[in-house]
Design a protein around this ligand. Structure first.
Ligand code: SAH
Ligand code: SF4
Ligand code: F3S
Length: 476
């Protein structure tokens, strides 16, 4: 490995040391960097969660300040960035597939710069694999040094060597980075970075560093700016939003933040993800108190077995989970709740899987994201002995997915004949008289109308329901 390369280091990434500073004027371009992208284009391909989508908006913002413009297709771009995810093995496989595809692009256009960033590049072994096997990759950087893109791109452009810079220790909070938002109605707003929960199966605390919160005033300023630019909805982002403000020593910080964001008067507020642990009554009450905080909560369960939850390091029991769940349902009128579930955690027994189905039958979730456990190198669960074969895991996933569909449809059917409020996203691709949008409960609605303006809140009469969406007609 070259000495000037800065590679990730897993031991370092586990540590939770040092104070975090908030920096406001870190971003400055040299005149040369400002012109580097003149007559050149970029293409960013994003994998993974909303945190990555938001990061891609920053990457695009930075590239545009360097005079790059977006390319319609990946093949024609001068700079290609893959913003990667490492949450499960198949996320990695998709990226390696794409890196493979890009080999022909490099052959056709040797001047193209192919960059890989995001969560995968925070992992030592994956970076080594890219460096050894995929010589078409010119640039590698991580989640903690996005702001360094102008320097790194400059280096990649002018040096004959590949450029590699990944910081394992999270950096400070860097405000005021340029942003090119991909949506004009709905916006992602980071409220915190990182995760300190260290669930035993999860790679995120290694790839995103320690929990650190943005200051309330910076978040509110961003929401106010979005509102004055015509945005109708913000989604507050964090791996674990109810830990917001702990590092700032705020008491019940997320409830206070929600309240402040609600007071800005922005039309719709959503947030993700809330951990069932430490979901306080004050948060539930705040969500219920403000009409512009949407009645939809993503509350990951992961498993219905106390033994599995303990081995996952999830910090709650089923009884505690149900307590939060029931409080939400009792306090927030018609709140919809979705969840995440992992099947086939090492040595999960049939009985333990049955307990997951039992909880699902009790909670009757509006929606659920279900996964087969995927061992992530460096996490404690990856080295657990496992006697459950893949076929059993697949069968469990299928059985669970039948329940997901059943309750999704059942919950959707409750809206038939009702009038719901929809934030219009635009006409559907297939039919110009059919429009789409979401209800406060995050139900997708396809509705007919002569015209419905993008970004408007309209009333729709629901006429029928499918498993994944509602069908209706605009009420004039
Ligand atoms: N911070 C969020 C989760 C982010 S990851 C939270 O705690 O709720 C999204 C989901 O991916 C997790 O909820 C979990 O269900 C799933 N997941 C994470 N690591 C996984 C792994 N190693 N194998 C399978 N699924 C995993
Ligand atoms: Fe991963 Fe757990 Fe953190 Fe969620 S709370 S990101 S599952 S470690
Ligand atoms: Fe994936 Fe990283 Fe998000 S691992 S799920 S992109 S935090």
């Amino acid at each position: 490995m070259k000495t000037q390369w800065k590679l990730p280091d897993t031991t370092q990434a586990k540590k939770r040391l040092g104070e975090v500073e908030v920096l406001y004027d870190q971003y400055e371009l040299t005149p040369q960097q400002k012109e580097l992208g003149m007559n050149k284009t970029y293409f960013i391909k994003t994998y993974g969660c909303q945190a990555n989508e938001r990061d891609s908006e920053t990457l695009a913002g930075i590239l545009q300040t360097m005079s790059y413009t977006p390319s319609e297709t990946i093949d024609e771009a001068d700079v290609i960035l893959l913003n990667t995810c490492s949450i499960r093995e198949n996320a990695n496989n998709k990226v390696f597939g794409e890196i493979g595809n890009l080999k022909h692009v490099k052959t056709q256009n040797p001047d193209v710069i192919i960059g890989v960033c995001g969560c995968m590049t925070q992992e030592e072994d994956l970076v080594k694999r890219i460096l050894q096997k995929h010589h078409q990759v010119d640039l590698i950087f991580g989640t903690h040094n996005i702001h360094r893109l102008p320097d790194l791109l400059h280096q990649a452009h002018f040096s004959k060597e590949r450029t590699v810079e990944v910081f394992s220790k999270e950096g400070d909070i860097i405000e005021n980075l340029p942003t090119k938002r991909f949506n004009t109605i709905k916006a992602w707003v980071n409220i915190m970075y990182g995760c300190d929960k260290f669930c035993t199966y999860c790679i995120v605390p290694f790839t995103r560093g320690k929990e650190r919160s943005r200051l309330i005033e910076d978040i509110i300023e961003e929401v106010n700016e979005l509102k004055s630019n015509g945005y109708k909805e913000v989604t507050l982002l964090g791996q674990n939003v109810n830990a917001y403000g702990k590092d700032l020593r705020l008491d019940d910080g997320f409830a206070s933040l929600l309240e402040e964001v609600a007071k800005t008067g922005i039309e719709r507020i959503r947030f993700t993800t809330s951990h069932p642990w430490n979901f306080t009554s004050k948060m539930i009450q705040t969500i219920s108190d403000y009409d512009n905080i949407m009645p939809y909560i993503h509350l990951p369960l992961q498993s219905g077995s106390n033994d599995v939850l303990r081995r996952m390091g999830r910090r709650y029991t089923i009884e505690e989970y149900m307590d939060v769940f029931n409080k939400i349902k009792a306090t927030i009128p018609r709140c919809s709740i979705s969840t995440d579930i992992i099947v086939g955690f090492p040595n999960e027994t049939d009985e333990q899987f049955q307990q997951t189905l039992d909880v699902f039958n009790e909670c009757k979730y509006d929606n659920a994201y279900t996964f087969i456990f995927s061992p992530r190198s460096g996490t404690p669960a990856a080295v657990l002995e496992d006697h459950i074969d893949m076929e059993t895991k697949r069968r469990r996933l299928q059985e669970l997915n039948e329940l997901v569909k059943k309750y999704s449809l059942e919950n959707n059917l409750k809206y038939v004949d009702e009038i719901v409020e929809v934030l219009v996203e635009g006409p559907s691709k297939k039919d110009e008289t059919v429009f789409t949008g979401y209800t406060p409960q995050q139900k997708l609605v396809n509705f007919t109308a002569h015209d419905a303006k993008e970004g408007c809140l309209v009333k729709v009469h629901i006429t029928s329901a499918k498993t994944w969406y509602l069908i209706g007609q605009l009420v004039d």
